[in-house]
Every structure is written in structure tokens, then in C-alpha cells.
Design a protein around this ligand. Structure first.
Ligand code: SF4
Length: 468
């Protein structure tokens, strides 16, 4: 967890020209793509509202739908495992892999497996773990965490990927995207055939049928779950939906919000292991349902965060994320959704800077397909941090002083007049202040416009005098 060094990491991000180039390219694609896709669906706002109420209904009845889901999975011949936290989830997966004598494990993209730190645990236990989503494969080679919930390697330029592949594949450098994709496919194919266990996430879980659903653009998830002898799904408990009709609503908002597609290339539904007569599929089917702080969230004021379907739209529209990238946030979930989830899951003090790294422009909330009030939640987290005195001591002293002065209107207005005149004097003829100790975060990068030399009240009174 690197969130405590957010400020240094943000500066590193701002100074990384490759990152800035990669972010600028992807931002244009994501934002424009989403807009074009939703413009073609006049009922998109209605779908958002419907998606929101489906998720709210599930959260209101989560125990019921989870039990129903477990019963349906069991009836289909699968196994459901309940994990209270990350350690339990890792242990469950390790136990399954050990019991079935696994050696090679292929993985589809799963943010929950990142959240529970699954890869390091499997590798430490001696398994060969291969990420098969192209973005995840790239960052596995680069030994980096994902920087985006939909595009894990979005921070990398094509040139960087070319060099990475040439180094790890021991092949001549390739520069074209189709050639790079073909090379990754060739490398992965043999792993797919060798894998004993396939691990995928679960975008949605259907209570009525016991089905896990993944949406991908590469088909790697399908190969990870159908070719190995054992398929393990890792998913958060909040991903359950009542039935397939509800799924169709969520799928319609997910793809458009995430990648600007009408639908992802592959939407794969898996129900239990291979049945007699099935041409393919795993012999064992397991679902690890991870709580890891979600029950606590369910009972608290941040319950609405559990509606999140990890589409990434809030990241794509966030100017802070768009400037510093995902790694600066220091944990699995970056951007606005991460600035809410990380403090809730890793501690308000461990992620102090995250809720504060926000301009409160409101775009994240306005694009969220399930209408999560992210700006309000970020404000609420700031409020909690303030109440628990988690900020720098100087900040509370300064606020205390400000409060003391603000309760004395005469003194407050005198201070304002004095400050307005001093700042006007400091601005000189240019009317700009190049350096100001109490605002050096601002003046380090740009000039501060100097005020007129009068307070707002003075200007307003003067204006009123002219009008009367
Ligand atoms: S908070 Fe909303 S916009 Fe952000 S990832 Fe989750 S569902 Fe998507």
C-alpha cells in the first residue's frame, strides 16, 4: 500500500512525459467514445436510474440474494467459498490449487484478485501464474500494479510495450500494434493449454441461476475458464444480481460507460462445471466470495459505493487522475472511486491525501452509470478526517485561529482590509504575486492574481453607492 506517499508519487506522475502522453491519448478515446455511445441511446438516463435501483434493491436484500446464489451454484455442481478478508480468500485459492496438484495458473482480469494480493501469494507458493488479459500481461512483465480498472496498462506507451516484449520474449523489436498483439497471443497460447487452474473475476453473479458473468474484449477470460481442469471465480459479495433481466440493464450501461462500446466483444456466462455431454469446460467450478470490509460498508454511510461496477468512467473524466495516472493513488483502485474505496478499506489515515486530491468539479458523479454520489462521499471523508484530527497539526491551528477571528466581525473585517491592501501592494504594477509563503503550493507553479486592494464588502458598498 503506497497511498501514504501520494504527494511524491503525484509529482513523479506529473513529471513523467511518457505517462502524460499515454494518459492524454487514452482520455480522448474514453471520453469521446462514451459520449458517442450514449448519444445513440436516448433512454440512457433511464437505464442509469434503473441500474441504480437494481443495485440498491440488491444491497437492501444482499443476504437473501447471496444465499440464493449459493444454492443455485451448488445445485449446478459448483462450490461457493466465503472469505471474510483478503487472507482467507488467498488461503481458499491456495488450498484448491494445492489439492488439485496445480502447477500453471492462467488468470483473467480480476480487480478482486489484485485487492486480495493473490498473485504474490500464488507465486510465493511456487505456482507459475500467467495473466492473460493483454493489459495485465504487460504489467506482469513490467512488474507493476494496474493503473486503471479497465485498462491496467494504460500508462504505458506503445514504444514502451515494444521494448518490454523484445526484452522478455527475446524476439526482434516490433512496433505495430497488430504485431505486438500477435506476439503476446503466441506466447500465451501455450500457457492456456498447459494451465491446470484458471482464475477469473466475476463482473456479475446471477442469484437465480448461479451464473458468473465476465465481460472482456479479448476472449482470454473464456480460455482461462474453459480450458483448465479447475475454474475459480473471485468476486466481491456485492456483485450479485437477482436475475438475467437485471443483468441486461447493467450490461447496457457498463460497456458504454467503460469503453464506449455498445457491448463488450465477449460476454461469457458460466454456470457450474462441465456437464455430461458438454464438449468442454472445467471439471471443478469454485466461487470465492470476498467480503474484505464490504459488510461494514453496507451498514454505514458509504453503502452506495457498493453499487460500483468498476467501469472506470469516473477515472476517465477526472482531471486529477488524468494528470497523475493511477499509480500515484498507491493501491488497487485509483481515481475518484479509489479515493473513496481506499480510505474505507485501508484506513482513513493511511490514505489521508486521496479524498483531498479532488477539485470537486463533480464530473465523476455525473458520469457514473449507477449514480454513486462520489463528490459528496469525498466531502464526507474529508469531514471524517477532520473530525478525527488526521490532518497536519498546523492546519487545525490555522483553522482554530480563523474561527476565533471569524467570530469577531470587527476584527475579521479589519484583517480582510489589511490583507487586501497588502496583497495589492505585493502585486505591484503587474498585479500578480510570484511568491507567497502561505500559498506556495499555488505560486510554485503559477502567479497569484493580486486583488484590487479593497475587500469584497468595500467593493460592493462602493458599487451600491454609485447606483443609488
Ligand atoms: S464509481 Fe461509478 S463511474 Fe466509477 S468505476 Fe464505479 S461505477 Fe464506474
Amino acid at each position: 500500500m503506497e497511498s501514504p506517499r501520494f504527494k511524491e508519487a503525484a509529482v513523479e506522475g506529473l513529471n513523467n512525459k511518457h505517462l502524460r502522453m499515454a494518459l492524454a491519448r487514452s482520455r480522448e478515446g474514453f471520453i469521446g467514445g462514451r459520449q458517442r455511445a450514449i448519444d445513440l441511446v436516448p433512454e440512457f438516463e433511464r437505464l442509469r436510474e434503473e441500474a441504480r435501483s437494481i443495485k440498491n434493491h440488491v444491497l437492501d436484500n444482499l443476504d437473501h440474494y447471496l444465499e440464493r446464489y449459493e444454492a443455485a451454484v451448488t445445485a449446478a455442481g459448483g462450490h461457493v467459498h466465503w472469505a471474510r478478508d483478503a487472507a482467507e480468500a488467498r488461503q481458499i485459492v491456495l488450498d484448491i490449487c494445492r489439492r488439485v496438484g496445480a502447477r500453471t495458473i492462467t488468470k483473467g482480469k480480476s480487480m478482486v484478485s489484485e485487492e486480495i494480493g493473490l498473485n504474490p501469494a500464488l507465486i510465493e507458493a511456487g505456482y507459475e501464474v500467467v495473466e492473460t488479459d493483454l493489459g495485465e500481461y504487460i504489467i506482469q512483465l513490467a512488474n507493476e500494479p494496474p493503473s486503471h480498472v479497465v485498462g491496467p496498462a494504460l500508462h504505458k506507451t506503445r514504444e514502451q510495450v515494444s521494448e518490454l516484449f523484445a526484452e522478455h520474449h527475446q524476439r526482434p523489436l516490433k512496433t505495430g500494434i497488430p504485431e505486438l498483439v500477435a506476439e503476446a497471443r503466441e506466447m500465451l497460447r501455450e500457457k492456456f493449454f498447459r494451465a491446470d487452474v484458471g482464475i477469473t473475476g466475476g463482473n456479475f453473479l446471477i442469484a437465480e441461476t448461479g451464473t458468473s458473468v465476465i465481460v472482456t474484449n479479448e476472449g482470454n477470460g473464456d480460455l482461462s475458464q474453459t480450458l483448465p481442469r479447475v475454474h475459480i471465480v473471485t468476486s466481491g459479495i456485492e456483485r450479485v444480481l437477482p436475475n438475467l433481466d437485471d443483468l441486461s440493464v447493467l450490461l447496457r450501461v457498463l460497456a458504454r460507460s467503460a469503453t464506449g462500446q455498445d457491448t463488450e466483444t465477449y460476454t461469457t456466462l458460466s454456470t457450474g462445471p462441465r456437464r455430461p455431454g458438454d464438449p468442454d469446460g472445467p471439471e471443478e467450478y469454485h466461487v470465492v466470495l470476498v467480503d474484505n470490509g464490504r459488510s461494514q460498508m453496507l451498514g454505514g454511510r458509504f453503502r452506495e459505493m457498493l453499487r460500483c461496477i468498476r467501469c472506470g468512467a469516473c477515472l476517465n473524466h477526472c482531471p486529477v487522475y488524468g494528470s497523475i495516472g493511477g499509480h500515484a493513488y498507491g493501491w488497487v483502485y485509483p481515481g475518484p472511486m479509489g479515493s473513496v474505496l481506499t480510505p474505507l478499506m485501508q484506513g482513513l489515515d493511511n490514505a489521508y491525501d486521496l479524498p483531498n486530491a479532488c477539485t470537486l468539479n463533480g464530473r465523476c458523479g455525473s458520469v457514473c452509470p449507477v449514480k454513486i454520489p462520489l463528490p459528496e462521499m469525498l466531502r464526507e471523508l474529508r469531514h471524517l478526517q477532520h473530525r478525527n484530527r488526521l490532518g497536519p497539526r498546523l492546519q487545525y491551528r490555522a483553522l482554530g485561529l480563523w474561527r476565533w477571528v471569524a467570530l469577531r466581525p470587527g476584527l475579521y473585517q479589519f484583517g480582510n482590509r489589511l490583507a487586501a491592501r497588502m496583497l495589492a501592494w505585493m502585486g505591484g504594477k503587474r498585479r500578480r504575486i510570484g511568491s507567497l509563503p502561505i500559498a506556495n503550493g499555488w505560486t510554485a507553479m503559477r502567479d497569484l492574481p493580486a486583488p484590487e486592494g479593497q475587500t469584497f464588502i468595500e467593493q460592493w458598498q462602493a458599487q451600491r453607492g454609485k447606483q443609488s
